[in-house]
Design a protein around this ligand. Structure first.
Ligand code: ARG
Length: 576
């Protein structure tokens, strides 16, 4: 059920009856419960066209609009707002329908093909916290899009190509004389550092590194097989992280930079033919007047270096053409930190000029802010190094384990380990997902692992509360009678929230903003807690019908929480 969409429909029908066509239909959530749940604010804008006072127009709309089934009251307020108070009987009915539906009442959207480019680590190094945000925000967005019925193509645009590989392969080739690849590459960070030291200090090494690049790009067999070994081990590292994180990426989703290598020369010749790329000091560049500086100098976008080498930008143009042309993406979403915003803006302008995308196809860079330490500076280890993702996740599980063990519970050791894993990983993911994507946020163990506030443990706990309620009542959610009757104001508020789930996932899919879903789930869990206090279910003397109606609402809370957390990639538990 999408209440917002339904109200827009009904109001637009009413306006058509009044002879007004194609007017905007501004329906929004009301700011305070006294004003009902939704508000129509379109009357003011019609005053001129209809030559009537806004309040009179609003009165007229209230007379005409067909909302008898949905609303218990429509009232005109202020200069001409229409407040919509939703009807308890209708709410109860909709909740019953949702409870019977495996999709909890969420309709599928018209299908789009959506390419989502996320995670995309650079294989020269181990995955570090910089790749946490793209990986989990991307995965949540992917899951929401799929839930709404879209065809999603995951693209892990791994940095598996480029000049740094010359240095890495030269070093690997030497090491393989004594060791096998797996041991040589057991710590990618160390391996990278060693190679870099040799590159900087050892005589002749830098030249060998450069030779390796040329040979690799020329398709030399020995180089390629070394490269494959390197890539293979680094991919396995990323896969470990994905598994720990409960992220849906697999090897099949990898479409790294190397996959576009064969097409880069074509991209350049096409840009040249169309007169978009021109030679400038030996390099091929595109001038972008749309992004000129204050003096009017156009931005310069290099697509081929003077030595003939290609760049990150060239690969992104090839990727754009492949996604729009071959994969037929209606939308392409790319998740990276905000520092790459200009690059993608330029890439879009150049790619569109070159006709690499159709007008209607969208290219949406979804930037995000940085993860900061408690000192407000980029998150680092105590000694100032980059934090490896695997280590961070292991620490999360360990800390969660300690906290859970301190709580009053009768979990076995195995259960405790499982709960610690779900809570620890859930907490790290949720802390990130719940922040507005575009701002920086401070990483803080204590807040993210707290059982109070907008955290994963709080939501996971709310879910177990419902589950234990059913255990105590001795009722099975699946087979209980579903006859909902809404009387109390907490029941009313809870049912409205429950029916807003579809609206919320719609926003997440439109804007790639999982934090909107987090905020919603937090509100839902809080509304459930208030309802639970005010509307007893297990107390003596509660009529069976009242109890069952409340249990049914609780059951819908449980399905909605679990569906929502599942979309965020956070696991639920039966007990904790
Ligand atoms: N490998 C890049 C990085 O770590 C991110 C790639 C994002 N995707 C893209 N099509 N450029 O910064």
């Amino acid at each position: 059920m999408n209440i917002h969409a339904l109200l827009i429909n009904r109001f637009s029908e009413a306006l058509e009856t009044m002879g007004v066509e194609n007017a905007p239909i501004p329906v929004s959530r009301s700011a305070r419960p006294e004003f009902g749940e939704y508000q129509f604010n379109g009357a003011m804008a019609l005053a001129k066209q209809l030559r009537q006072k806004p309040r009179d127009i609003a009165e007229k709309i209230v007379e005409i609009v067909k909302l008898d089934d949905v609303a218990s009251k429509l009232e005109v307020a202020g200069p001409g707002f229409i407040n919509v108070h939703l009807n308890n009987e209708w709410l109860a009915n909709q909740c019953e329908l949702a409870l019977h539906d495996p999709r909890i009442g969420v309709a599928k959207s018209p299908e789009h093909t959506v390419v989502v480019d996320y995670s995309s680590p650079n294989l020269a190094k181990e995955m570090h916290v910089g790749h946490l945000r793209t990986t989990i925000i991307g995965d949540a967005v992917v899951k929401v899009l799929e839930f709404l019925g879209h065809k999603v193509i995951r693209q892990n645009h791994m940095g598996d190509w480029g000049t740094q590989f010359g240095m890495l392969l030269a070093h690997l080739s030497d090491k393989l004389e004594q060791e096998v690849a797996e041991t040589a590459l057991s710590d990618l960070e160390d391996f990278y550092r060693e190679a870099k030291v040799r590159f900087d200090d050892e005589e002749g090494f830098a030249d060998r590194a450069r030779e390796y690049v040329v040979k690799l790009q020329g398709g030399d067999e020995k180089c390629l097989s070394l490269w494959e070994k390197f890539i293979d081990v680094s991919i396995a590292h990323s896969e470990d992280v994905y598994k720990k994180l409960n992220v849906s990426l697999t090897r099949a989703d990898i479409m790294g930079e190397s996959a576009y290598n064969h097409d880069l020369a074509n991209v350049i010749s096409e840009l040249k033919e169309k007169g978009i790329a021109v030679e400038d000091q030996g390099a091929q560049v595109v001038f972008i007047p749309e992004l000129a500086d204050k003096e009017g100098n156009p931005a310069v976008y290099i697509v081929q270096k003077s030595g003939g080498g290609y760049l990150y930008a060239t690969t992104d143009l090839a990727a754009m053409r492949y996604r729009s042309g071959t994969l037929n993406a209606d939308r392409t979403l790319i998740l990276t930190d905000a520092r790459q915003a200009l690059h993608f803006k330029q890439t879009e302008i150049v790619g569109r000029k070159a006709g690499f995308m159709e007008e209607a196809q969208t290219y949406e860079h979804c930037p995000f802010g940085m993860m900061l330490g408690s000192d407000g500076k980029p998150f680092k280890t105590r000694t100032g190094g980059t934090v490896k993702l695997v280590e961070l996740l292991d620490e999360a599980v360990e800390r969660a384990g300690k906290l859970i063990a301190e709580r009053d519970n009768d979990l076995s050791e195995d259960e405790l380990a499982e709960v610690a894993r779900k809570v620890g990983i859930g907490a790290v993911k949720y802390a990130d997902l719940s922040k507005n994507r575009t701002t920086d946020y401070m990483f803080n163990w204590d807040t993210m692992l707290s059982f109070e506030g907008n955290t994963a443990p709080y939501l996971q706990y709310a879910y177990t509360r419902v589950k234990s309620l059913f255990r105590k009542a001795g009722v099975a959610i699946e087979t209980m009678p579903v006859d909902i009757n809404i009387v109390e104001k907490q029941e009313h508020a809870l049912s409205v929230l429950l029916l807003q789930f579809e609206e919320v996932v719609g926003l997440v899919s439109r804007d790639a903003t999982p934090h909107v879903l987090c905020t919603y789930l937090y509100e839902l869990a809080s509304a459930f807690m208030s309802f639970y206090e005010a509307c007893p279910m297990l107390k003596d003397g509660i009529e069976l019908e009242v109890r069952d109606s409340r249990l049914a609402l609780s059951a819908l809370v449980a399905s909605t929480l679990s569906q929502g957390l599942n979309l965020l990639g956070i696991e639920t538990l039966e007990r904790m």
